[in-house]
Write a protein that binds this ligand. Structure first.
Ligand SMILES: O=C(O)CCC(=O)C(=O)O
Ligand SMILES: [Fe+2]
Length: 187
């Protein structure tokens, strides 16, 4: 419960900063309920005695606005940067913040979701544990798309609007193929 409240507060602060970075009202993401639509997922990656046969989590981008991730000291999380996989080394007491596809879309590509994966097998001889909190909306029937403030003649909308439930259904039924969900909604 305490973790839930602390993560909510951190999520709210991050959203304010991200809104300021975009030049939109700092309460905008909160107003759209993105601090309330939280899902907590615990991952437990078993140690595999044949490491070359295991992965962890295949390459993907997260669908929501952002993800706050706590990883243990095992490591294995990697992000794609300029077509190369870069290790996100565990730092004691640090959290990993991941920008999701929905933020990429609403920011009209102001922020870009990050491709990431977990590669445990090759490196480690013990299980790995992580806790992710995904931030998304609680209003599935609402329409989402680029913020109108970020669309102009000079910077046209790069994505269409869509109903959130359709969007998330697409995410849950597609393979983890590394492709951002934002690609489906490009104009
Ligand atoms: O276990 C991790 O470090 C990452 C998990 C993840 O990427 C996810 O749940 O979307
Ligand atoms: Fe993820």
């Amino acid at each position: 419960m305490e973790w839930n409240e602390k993560v909510r507060k951190l999520g709210e602060l991050l959203m304010e900063v991200l809104c300021e970075g975009l030049g939109v009202d700092k309460g905008k993401l909160k107003e759209l309920t993105f601090t309330e639509g939280r899902t907590l997922v615990g991952h437990y990656y078993l140690y595999c005695p044949q490491p070359y046969l295991t992965m962890g989590i295949a390459s993907h981008t997260d669908a929501g606005v952002l993800t706050i991730l706590l990883q243990d000291r095992t490591g294995g999380l990697q992000v794609k940067y300029h077509d190369e996989w870069v290790a996100v080394k565990p730092v004691p007491g640090a959290l990993v913040i991941i920008v999701g596809d929905l933020l990429q879309i609403m920011s009209n590509h102001g922020y870009k979701s990050v491709e990431h994966r977990v590669s445990v097998g090759k490196f480690f001889s013990e299980p790995r544990f992580s806790i992710a909190v995904f931030f998304s909306t609680i209003y599935g029937d609402n329409m989402y798309g680029p913020f109108p403030e970020l669309v102009s003649q000079e910077k046209p909308a790069l994505f269409t609007h869509f109903k959130y439930t359709d969007y998330i259904r697409r995410f849950l039924t597609k393979e983890l193929d590394g492709r951002s969900l934002a690609n489906y909604y490009r104009l």
